[in-house]
Design a protein around this ligand. Sequence first.
Ligand SMILES: Cc1cc2nc3c(=O)[nH]c(=O)nc-3n(C[C@H](O)[C@H](O)[C@H](O)COP(=O)(O)O)c2cc1C
Length: 322
Amino acid sequence: MNAGVSAPPSGVVDLRVELAGVELEHPVLNGSGTFDAVAALRTFGDEVRERFPFSAFVSKTITVAPRGGNRPPRLWETPSGLINSIGLPNKGLTGFLEHDLPVLATLPVPLIVSVAGFSHDEFATLVQAVAGRSEVAALELNVSCPNVESGCIVGSEAGEMGALMRRVRPLTAKPLIVKLTPNVSEIRPVARAAEDGGADALSLINTLRAAAVDPVSGAPWLGAGSGGLSGPAVRPVALALTAEVAAATELPLVGMGGIQEGRHALDFIAQGASCVAVGTESFRDPMTGKRVRDELARELQCRSLRGVQDARLTSRAARSTS
Ligand SMILES: Cc1cc2nc3c(=O)[nH]c(=O)nc-3n(C[C@H](O)[C@H](O)[C@H](O)COP(=O)(O)O)c2cc1C
């Protein structure tokens, strides 16, 4: 472990983890687009820095050009989830580098910038510009967007995934985390293509394709026609896909999808994740990440496990004997 992340007193659960070479104090990150650290820092300043709930911050996905996002309505609540069709509103690459990056750089944790291109050239532009900034510890490639050249969602097809990695991997030595989409018939070939192409870690899952109908008119509720489902409803799907990907690759995984408490985080770790991310639940309580971390520590302690790695090894052993 790096000297920057100090060890807990002996007897206390050691939550420190390493994600693609980045040392983290604990395994709980945020899901991209679900915690507006820029707004929080501008409004609450030092209070946010002192009580920051995550061990690393993953930015909202940025694109080359600024985007206003999709037509409203953009949200629909389901009995145990949320459908969003936000549509990646963001200031664009230049706006992010000039306005948001200097603010995010004041956070007390490593910064992971999420990028999405609508072509391989756009991905390359984003990776080169963002990775060149010393404030950035790692990049997350959001591959849930269509490539306008092929018409394919990059993360839905192993060939597309491999081609993207061949284009962007040579551009930086910084860790590249590929965020997988669950909207595929087979996730393993895509995960392997990312690994073969030089990804340093995988995160999963992004939202599940979903729609809602206006109860009065019968027309699609969401301005964009459809959106993506997140929250507790997707957790079982995310757990299944995490186990599949863990069995198919050697890469460290960031598991997410409906995490609300420490026990859920432990479930993802048991399925093979090294880290977890809290998304939708942070809209209910922005401090969920800290609560999940504390509850996870207690869950580990109750089981006499010393840390996350211990939990993963114990679960792997249990799987192989079941
Ligand atoms: C309102 C909203 C905005 C999101 N924006 C992004 C985004 O910009 N980039 C991305 O990769 N994922 C985005 N996500 C997906 C989340 O990061 C996460 O993968 C997903 O919601 C599953 O986790 P959860 O069930 O804990 O929310 C968004 C999710 C929501 C609910």
